[in-house]
Design a protein around this ligand. Structure first.
Ligand SMILES: *Cc1c(COP(=O)(O)O)cnc(C)c1O
Length: 376
């Protein structure tokens, strides 16, 4: 099956009671164990609804195995701690999602795990690897500047050294990027974003091989970040339109990026789908769509970021991303508020920078809203 069909069909449970077309929601946390091949329990990640949606995630990522978690951070922390011991070393891309950066800085230090944050070039990653390096962790496209990492090149640096690779594939979604086919071992999502897609669900997901999933399963049982049956079903339902939504979001983002790039009150647009993006060629090689996320910078004669956000009528200022509604946020006011001005400057994040998460609305309505807000 192709991705759009996988979105709709993969993994569903058969409804043996009524023959309904949807997976039934099986809410039990207590299951008969006599003469059963495995003992079912929500925190063992093996209840029917957990398994159904995990199969769909695996199929979407072209993976042997999938698993869903109670948040993106549960998926990220469990996947890393499954492999790490005191004294081990991890190479991570600089400027990761804030929550991942805090996890590494605080908890790796607490448990005596060494780490290096590096520019995510194959040369810098290779140079940072030591005999104790167990994991390499990347995130592409990155937040909020939409930098790309050459996924296949990083995967081959790791393979040569027997190091496990992890990618945060949240921004691209499996519709736009298939990291396992590029040689990555573990693909991770904040399901709260595109997989959920309606800004009403908090969950995470992991896709990998059977062999690696066995180790993640042990850590999952111990760390306990499991997802309940109702949320599993809601995620499964949301995923049926993942292909539909993401294709539309790609298209809306393309239209918005072209509009903003030509607007006199916009200084710069950061979007991998634009020919002006420094890594546009890499985006064409490793992504099948350019995604719904972009950032742009207002010129000094435009309204400032706060007034611009207040002036929008349909588009909502909001944190998080990936929903069917278009949202904007100022990284300085939200995700990057805790950084020093120098740290922000080093990343190119200014007071005038805004990030857009494209929804599925009519692009003409969105352009009209941005036009009137920029005219203030
Ligand atoms: C939101 C996000 C996370 C964390 O996910 P939660 O569901 O909030 O735990 C991780 N990575 C990226 C890129 C994100 O956008």
């Amino acid at each position: 099956m192709k991705l759009d069909s996988i979105s709709v069909h993969a993994g569903s449970l058969k409804d043996a009671i009524s023959g309904g077309v949807n997976s039934p929601i099986i809410t039990s946390s207590a299951f008969n164990y006599v003469n059963q091949s495995d003992v079912k329990y929500p925190r063992y990640f093996n209840t029917p609804n957990q398994r159904a949606v995990s199969r769909k995630i695996a199929a979407l990522e072209g993976a042997q195995a999938g698993k869903v978690f109670s948040s993106g951070m549960a998926a990220i922390s469990t996947s890393m701690f499954a492999f790490l011991h005191t004294g081990d070393h991890v190479v991570l891309q600089r400027n990761l999602y804030g929550g991942t950066t805090y996890l590494v800085n605080r908890m790796f230090t607490q448990f005596g795990i060494q780490f290096s944050f590096v520019d995510p070039t194959p040369e810098a990653v290779a140079a940072a690897c030591k005999p104790e390096t167990r994991l390499i962790y990347i995130e592409t496209p990155s937040n909020p500047m939409l930098h790309l990492v050459d996924v296949a090149a990083i995967a081959s640096v790791a393979r040569e050294r027997g190091i496990i690779t992890l990618i945060d594939n949240t921004f691209a979604s499996p519709i736009n990027q298939q990291p396992l086919s590029l040689g990555i071992d573990i693909s991770i999502h904040s399901g709260t974003k595109y997989l959920g897609g309606h800004s009403d669900l908090c969950c995470g997901a992991v896709a990998t091989s059977h062999r690696i999933m066995e180790e993640i399963q042990q850590a999952s049982i111990n760390l306990g970040g499991s997802l309940d049956a109702q949320s599993c079903y809601l995620l499964e339902r949301s995923l049926k339109t993942l292909g539909l939504r993401v294709h539309r979001q790609n298209e809306v983002a393309g239209r918005l990026a072209a509009f903003l790039e030509n607007h006199p009150r916009v200084a710069r647009v950061y979007y991998p789908g634009l020919a002006s993006h420094p890594q546009h060629e890499l985006a064409r090689q490793q992504m099948t769509g350019f995604g719904g996320m972009m950032a742009f910078e207002l010129t000094p004669d435009a309204p400032d970021a706060t007034r611009f956000q207040e002036a929008l009528r349909m588009v909502k200022p909001a944190v998080s991303l990936g929903g069917v509604e278009t949202t904007v946020c100022s990284p300085v006011q939200t995700s990057h508020a805790k950084l020093t001005p120098e740290e922000r400057e080093a990343q190119g994040i200014t007071e005038r920078l805004l990030r857009i998460s494209s929804g599925v609305e009519d692009p003409a309505d969105l352009i009209a809203d941005f036009t009137q807000a920029l005219a203030r």
